[in-house]
Design a protein around this ligand. Structure first.
Ligand SMILES: Nc1nc2c(ncn2[C@@H]2O[C@H](COP(=O)(O)OP(=O)(O)OP(=O)(O)O)[C@@H](O)[C@H]2O)c(=O)[nH]1
Ligand SMILES: [Mg+2]
Length: 325
């Protein structure tokens, strides 16, 4: 095989690229050291404060009312949040405020209507577990770390060996401002993985609240899959966040994203419809596009997907060498 296989992860912001890399760290390297865990602990606490602030702002914009007893709590939260600008600080008063606010029926309703504003679909997990996360001796578990959101700026790389093969996985930031850096990573890519958060069909971009996320992802895939650089590059489209998709698609129709879609609230039909939309974009029919579905926060699932990806690479490598025999 090759000395080193370079695999490039592309996809718009929040699709799950860095989560995939975290899984490689767990599966094929030595997981997370103490120092890294402490960095994630702080980031998780920051996530918690930010989610509460976002929900409070959304309560206002949706014109909902907090319980009378929580009006003061919200003011107190905003005051403390503004003083303690270091996001990782969760003192006792702040913790109490967050617990009370998260228990408020209006925050729960707001969270259910989250497609109207910007908050991740898994924000509830940390909010539900705030008491553990706030403990002074809290050390995040692997699962906590996999759920943590830190947008990538610049380039993030991981190199590891598996089955006598060295892999270099390159992860980039997917938000619009980050995408102009992508081109610097296009050389020598043996395998391109384009990650799509399939559940985001009713959400709008963080950086532009008038653009649907799945539409943006399709547009970016169109450019990438037809880019001269990748004319001969093996390409996997990874439809990620299947756990959130299967839950959401039974409640929210896909026609909010594709107006012509008329198959109703059906997981299989919606999944295949989206898959076809992506496959159709890749015009070069001499190169196969491989499709996989995933839930990047589950280690076993990503192990399974990565094994399948390795088989794909091996088969293609054999085909390529055939040509030279
Ligand atoms: N429930 C669920 N959450 C996921 C899944 N994959 C990723 N996430 C969460 O989605 C959020 C965004 O994931 P990231 O890996 O940071 O996304 P990214 O593509 O690296 O984003 P950028 O760095 O901004 O380009 C994180 O909070 C992850 O925990 C999934 O399959 N299911
Ligand atoms: Mg990232």
């Amino acid at each position: 095989m090759k000395n080193e296989i370079k695999m490039l992860l592309l996809g718009i912001g929040e699709s799950g690229k860095s989560t995939f890399v975290k899984q490689m760290q767990i599966l094929y390297k030595d997981g997370f050291g103490k120092q890294t865990k402490m960095l994630y602990r702080d980031a998780i606490r920051q996530n918690l404060r930010f989610y509460t602030q976002t929900l409070l702002e959304a309560v206002d914009s949706l014109e909902l009312k907090l319980l009378k007893s929580n009006v003061y709590v919200a003011e107190e939260f905003n005051r403390l949040n503004a003083i303690n600008t270091e996001g990782q600080i969760l003192n006792k008063k702040l913790i109490k405020c967050i617990i009370n606010l998260w228990a408020d029926p209006s925050l729960k309703i707001t969270y259910k209507r989250r497609f109207n504003f910007q908050i991740p679909d898994n924000a509830n997990v940390y909010l539900d577990n705030i008491e553990d996360i706030a403990q002074p001796d809290y050390i995040p578990s692997e699962q906590d770390i996999l759920g943590c959101r830190i947008p990538t700026t610049g380039i993030n790389e991981i190199v590891f060996d598996v089955n006598n093969q060295t892999w270099r996985i390159v992860d980039v930031g997917g938000q619009r401002s980050e995408r102009r850096k992508w081109i610097h990573q296009f050389d020598d890519v043996f395998l391109l993985i384009y990650v799509v958060a399939i559940n985001e069909y009713n959400q709008y971009l963080y950086e532009d609240e008038s653009t649907n996320r799945l539409q943006e992802s399709l547009k970016v895939f169109n450019k990438i899959s037809n880019n001269e650089y990748f004319r001969h590059t093996n390409c996997v489209v990874l439809f990620n966040k299947m756990d959130l998709f299967t839950e959401k698609i039974l409640k929210f129709d896909l026609n909010v994203c594709f107006r012509e879609y008329k198959h109703g609230l059906d997981i299989e039909k919606a999944r295949l419809y989206i898959e076809k939309k992506f496959v159709k974009k890749a015009k070069n029919k001499n190169r196969r596009i491989f499709i996989h579905y995933s839930c990047a926060i589950y280690t076993e699932n990503i192990e399974f997907v990565f094994n399948a990806v390795q088989r794909t690479v091996l088969e293609n490598f054999l085909k390529e060498t055939d040509v030279y025999i």
